[in-house]
Design a protein. Sequence first.
Length: 43
Amino acid sequence: MAFGITILAYLELILKICMYFSITLCSIKGIQALSVYIDNNRR
């Protein structure tokens, strides 16, 4: 029983890490897109 709980906790940890990385990547992409947009409007 404890083994199953360990697997679930491990999967939950992986899910949180994946979500954190995807949010970070989205933020970086969003910032890049925003800076490109600002550069285009400045011209």
